[in-house]
Design a protein around this ligand. Structure first.
Ligand code: NAD
Length: 351
């Protein structure tokens, strides 16, 4: 399995995105955020997406220079249209608006519609936490036929719809960030690429029967579906994401009238607020630390906080490189070659 170094991998991906029309700073931002997902252990949201981003840009489904523009709302509430720009850019931009607004007014709420894939949503919670702010994000994803079966159903009717909550804490924030499907669809793709099985309880066949075969999503046969995590609870959260991120923002939900051929389209509702406006800062920090210590003291100290697994993965991968399966590296290097990136730039990423 190839191991890849962070800095030349960012350079390779940025070069690829520039080749298909992304302005330099945007290409750099998207590449950096994708590789940050790999570093944090979420290969589903890392460079395995690049061939698809390249294709979507070539097809005109991504507007590579677009920024988010405010199209509604006033004061601390705003609706932004992402103009089908790269989500790594529009997502950071609207989060910056929210952190500035919350710093001045105590809180901010936004809707973001018509943006290409927002990637790892935890990036935006980290951005808000770095400014000392609590954040909550509800996201829906409309990209091709819906992937996730509702609880009690048997075919895809919703997106993988992530929910993310970030809470500032010293020395590192709590970042709870997960797809409402049993696993992220990118993880099914990573398993398919690696010739591995998907975890038990994540997939059903087109007949609604449980399976661990990722080919039901990416193979040639009849298409199956992901299921929600936690049965009716994850399903309920996924439905709420469709409504808050898709209906409320005007971006559209996974219902049949919404076009499904626009690439990877995300909607996002975000709420960002300053805990100091509600609670005494020192008392809040003390109580957060105390409850985290209490929880972590269970089972001889093996309990992690949300965000810890990602920080551990990053520490490891910064040292050892990013392991990419052969299919992912093969697809990435083939896409780079196809759009004219020279062999030296491609091979420079390999450790
Ligand atoms: P996951 O199942 O790995 O869960 C990750 C969350 O659980 C993190 O907050 C992590 O810190 C926490 N966690 C994991 N193990 C833990 C443990 N042992 N103790 C305490 N906390 C623990 O994540 P996922 O559902 O596979 O999602 C992966 C990524 O995919 C996320 O970043 C998500 O935002 C992203 N995603 C994006 C989209 C999109 O359309 N943009 C769609 C789906 C998912």
């Amino acid at each position: 399995m190839p191991r890849i170094a962070q800095t030349p991998l960012i350079a390779l991906v940025a070069t690829m995105l520039e080749r298909v029309g992304a302005p330099g700073p945007i290409a750099q931002q998207v590449a950096t955020d994708l590789i940050e997902a790999n570093l944090q252990g979420h290969d589903s949201h890392g460079v395995q997406l690049v061939p698809r981003y390249v294709e979507n840009t070539e097809k005109g489904l991504i507007n590579p220079g677009a920024a988010a523009a405010q199209v509604g709302g006033a004061g601390a509430m705003a609706i932004f249209d992402g103009g089908m720009g790269y989500g790594q850019v529009t997502g950071r931009q609207v989060t910056a608006w929210a952190t500035d607004t919350a710093a001045a007014q105590g809180m901010a709420m936004f809707g973001l519609r018509n943006t290409h894939h927002l990637g790892r949503i935890g990036a935006y919670a980290e951005q808000a936490a770095a400014a000392g702010l609590i954040s909550m994000f509800f996201v829906n994803a409309v990209s091709g036929p819906p992937m996730v079966a509702p609880h009690g159903g048997a075919d895809g009717r919703m997106g993988t719809n992530p929910v993310c909550i970030g809470i500032p804490k010293s020395p590192a924030p709590i970042i709870l960030d997960f797809a409402t499907s049993a696993i992220a669809v990118g993880k099914v793709k990573v398993a398919f690429n690696a010739g591995k099985e998907a975890p038990v309880g994540a997939l059903v066949t087109h007949l609604g029967e449980p399976t661990t075969d990722p080919a039901v999503m990416f193979g040639q046969g009849p298409r199956g579906a992901l299921v929600s995590f936690g049965g009716h609870k994850g399903y309920g959260l996924a439905l709420v994401c469709e409504i808050l991120a898709g209906a409320l923002t005007g971006g559209g939900t996974n219902q049949p009238e919404t076009p499904k051929d626009r690439g990877i389209v995300n909607g996002m509702m975000g709420l960002v607020f300053d805990p100091a406006r509600l609670a005494d800062n020192a008392a809040f920090a003390h109580e957060v630390q105390a409850v985290c210590d209490h929880v972590q003291a269970s089972a001889f100290g093996h309990v992690l906080l949300p965000g810890d697994p990602e920080r551990r993965a990053k520490h490891r991968r910064m040292q050892d490189g990013i392991p990419l399966d052969d299919v992912t590296w093969g697809d990435l290097s083939a896409a780079a070659t196809r759009i004219g990136v020279d062999e030296a730039t491609i091979r420079a990423a390999l450790l």
